[in-house]
Structures are given as C-alpha cells and as structure tokens.
Write a protein that binds this ligand. Structure first.
Ligand code: ADP
Ligand code: MG
Length: 447
C-alpha cells in the first residue's frame, strides 16, 4: 500500500462515516506502513489516535480490505507533523507549545476521563462526574463542583460532556462558561431574540455551566440563569455547575438562588496531595514521551516537583511542559540539580507564605465572625473557640512562635496561645465537627 492508495481509501471512508467525522478524525491521518497485516497510521495527537482506534478501526480496515490491502489490525499513533530532522535543525520548534484544538462546541479534546488522574482529593468529584456522565436517572441536581483554581473542575465538566456525546449521542449536551452565558444573554437582549435564547437553553438535556461565581452581582443575568436553571431541574434535566467557591460563599447573589444551588450535591475538589501530584506528573511525562520517546528526566525529579509545587495542577503541568521544552533544546536527560535553575520562577511562585492575617480572615469567614473578634478579649465560647482554632492553625501552618502569634491576636500572652493549641488538639479527638472544621480550614489555607 502507498500513500496514494491510502488517500483513495480515506475518501471511501468518508462516504461511510460522513463529512464531519471525516474532517475531524480521518483526514488528519497519515499513512505510515503496512506490515504483518498491521496497518499503521500516524495521527496528529495521541487523543485523535486513540479515538480513531476506538471508533473507526472497523471502518478503516473494511475499506482498506476493499482496496485490496490485507490488514487485520490498525495501529494509530501520534506523530508530530514536523519530521525529526526538522526538529533537530530548529530546536526551538520543538519548544512551541502544542496548540489547544477546541472542538466546535467549546470542548477541549484533552479534557476526558481517560486523561483525569484520580486521587484522594478529587475522588468524590470524579465519582459524581462519572455518575452524571453515565446518563442514568438524575439523582442529584445540580451537581455543584467547587475548588480553587487549577484543580480540575473544567476538566471534569468537559469530561462529562465528552462521555455523554459518546454514550448518549441523541442527548443535547451544552457546556459553556457563565461568562459566555451572560454574553449570549446580553446579545439576545440587544438583538431582541430572548425568546429563542430561552428556548435554546430550556431545550437541552444536560447543561454544564462553568465558573458560575461570575454571575454574582450581575442581576439580570443572574435572574435569567435562575429561570433557566429552575426550568431544567423541574423537567428532570441534569445541571452541572462549577465555581471557585461553595454556593454559600458566593456573595452578591440572591438568597433563593444560592439556596437552590445548594439543593443538589455540592462537592469540593481539594488541593492535590503528594501522591496525586506525582501521579499527574507521571501521566504528563508519559504523554510527552509518546510524542518524543527520547525525552528523559532523571530519577527524583518528579518527586522533587511533587513536593515543591502544591498550588495548582495547572502549574504542575506547566512545570513538566517546561522541562519538555527545555529538553528539546539540550537533548540531554534532565537532572534534579538543574531544576532550581530551569524552573526558578515556578518554584518561587509556589512557595506560598501563609500569614496569620490570612488565617484569621479565613477562620472568621468560616465562623461568620468579624476580624475584631479575633483580637478582642471576649470570652464567650462562640468567639473564643474560633479564636483558638485560628491560633492552632497559625501554630500549625506558619513558623511563628507562641509569643509572636499571641501578639497578632491583640497582644495575648504566649500561654494563652499554648492553651488554645492544646485545647483544639484535644477537642479534635472527641468532637468530629470541630475536627472537620479544622481540616477544612487547613485545606483551604494550604490550597
Ligand atoms: P479548574 O477548572 O479547576 O481551574 P482545570 O480543570 O482547568 O482546573 O485544570 C487545570 C489543568 O490541570 C488542566 O490542564 C487539567 O487537564 C489539569 N488537571 C486538573 N486535574 C487533573 C487530574 N486529576 N488529572 C489530570 N489532569 C488534571
Ligand atoms: Mg475552570
């Protein structure tokens, strides 16, 4: 078989898979070779390769055999468009970041369940997302995912959309950000097409709206969103939402809306723990190696990165991408000693210095107190307990001494702080609610 034969086969395949599928999946494939009854094609990305293999292998092999090619198996692997010799002549071309191809419905092909690494901190969110994606009866509505930035909300929501497209191709699945929702709503007001705007949004089977904190303070958008949301939920249609904080913490949003948002299942994704961070680095490393099998980093590099970068998964991914580009220039295995130089800025940025003020502020938010309560001398339990909690967290999460912490809390004696820390530690043994508060606050502060 030759490339010309493949071109002919491709056109035949188009007749059976349709123009859209052809353009998205079949046209980008290049013929590599056919040996031992194995047809080898090159795809522009790993994802396309896998997709083709899962969905179009039969069609491809059938048409190939009709063209007289004796192939029983299809292997479709990612091969960068530039030939290897090009890459070595112009090393910087290897350093260009891979473009993010978005499909027409705004979904990133990389955000699938396959590419999502599950760990303790995100297993609940992952399980709930899987449940929604299975397309069974709606059991919780809405599913509300929240977390700090870069912890996988968008990834999970799009994974749901991708999965549903496959398992329930007839279902109307719409994914968009709250910002796009507002933009389209405002546009419909301007163009006098609100009726069709409403009709469109009320006709979907699954609506996924990302970053809903964006509608806070935007009254008419909020109102319209609320109506859309209610209409869908009332019809038993699944709604999935995400935000950078819990529904209760989104300020400037009407009470009835916020309580409606909390009426389903609310799950937060916690900052990734060490194992998950390592897992994600290994996953990214494998992806880069699929592209460039020679890409090499020495033992200990991933462990080092996993222990030093804990802010967001996006930053972690960025670190691995940077190493990949760096390798593209030097073409030598990257050693641990080089990391502080190569990733200096990333490492600096992830050295978070938590302040006592931040701890007090967060604790106040959590218990609905004012900052002045933290530094006051009031001893009523509703104030004293949270204050002790903040002192405990300050001791645990910062390098400050007891006297330093005492000074920050309105000039209290170091023994007061010591007592507070011991008190909270012992209460945590007996009071599950308090233990949970402590853990949650700690996660928040560390994230
Ligand atoms: P968020 O929407 O919470 O800000 P994203 O979903 O955009 O975060 O995730 C940021 C980046 O980290 C994306 O590139 C995403 O693919 C990646 N990512 C997040 N969580 C995971 C995970 N568990 N496994 C693999 N990649 C992840
Ligand atoms: Mg996001």
């Amino acid at each position: 078989m030759s490339s010309e034969t493949w071109n002919r086969v491709q056109r035949e395949i188009e007749t059976s898979v349709g123009a859209n599928n052809y353009a998205a999946w079949i046209r980008p494939l290049r013929f590599e070779r056919c040996e031992d009854r194995t047809l080898q094609l090159a795809s522009p990305t790993d994802f396309i390769g896998r997709w083709v293999q899962q969905h179009f292998a039969d069609a491809i092999l059938r048409h190939a055999s009709e063209a007289g090619i004796d192939a029983a198996r299809l292997v479709c692997t990612a091969a960068p468009r530039a030939a290897a010799s090009d890459a070595s002549r112009v090393p910087s071309s290897a350093a260009a970041p891979a473009p993010r191809v978005r499909s027409e419905d705004g979904l990133d092909p990389r955000f699938t369940f396959d590419a999502f690494v599950v760990g303790k901190s995100n297993e609940m969110a992952h399980a709930a997302a899987r449940r929604v994606a299975s397309g069974g009866p709606v059991t919780f509505n809405p599913l509300f995912l929240h977390s700090g930035v870069g912890l996988g909300k968008t990834h999970l929501m799009q994974a749901i959309a991708w999965e549903l497209k496959e398992t329930r191709p007839e279902a109307r699945v719409m994914y968009l950000s709250a910002e796009q929702f507002m933009y389209r709503f405002v546009q419909s007001l301007r163009d006098h097409t609100t009726m069709s705007f409403k009709a469109l949004f009320r006709s979907v089977d699954v609506l996924l709206v990302d970053d809903v904190q964006f509608i806070a303070g935007k009254e008419s958008t909020q109102e319209e969103f609320f109506h859309t949301f209610n209409a869908l939920v009332d019809q038993g249609k699944q709604v999935v939402l995400s935000a950078d904080r819990s529904p209760a913490e989104i300020g400037d949003i009407e009470e009835r809306i916020s309580s409606r948002l909390q009426s389903g299942l609310v799950i937060d994704l916690h900052p990734a723990d060490y194992e998950l961070r390592l897992g994600i680095l290994q996953h990214r490393y494998a992806l880069h190696r699929a592209e460039q099998p020679d890409f090499g980093i020495a033992d200990g590099v991933m462990e080092f990165l996993a222990s030093r970068i804990s802010t967001s998964i996006r930053v972690l991914e960025g670190a691995m991408t940077r190493l990949f580009h760096y390798w593209g220039l030097v073409r030598r295995e990257i050693r641990v000693e080089q990391i502080p130089d190569v990733l200096a800025d990333l490492l600096r940025a992830s050295e978070r210095k938590l302040t006592i003020d931040e701890i007090m502020k967060r604790t106040c938010e959590h218990y609905n107190l004012r900052m002045s309560d933290m530094v006051s001398a009031r001893r009523s339990r509703s104030v004293a307990r949270p204050r002790q909690m903040a002192m405990y967290l300050a001791k645990k999460l910062t390098p400050r001494s007891y006297p330093e912490i005492g000074r920050k809390f309105g000039g209290k004696d170091h023994t007061t702080v010591l007592y507070a820390v011991r008190k909270i530690e012992s209460l945590m043994q007996t009071d599950p609610q308090l233990a949970e508060d402590a853990q949650m606050l700690q996660r928040r502060l560390e994230g």
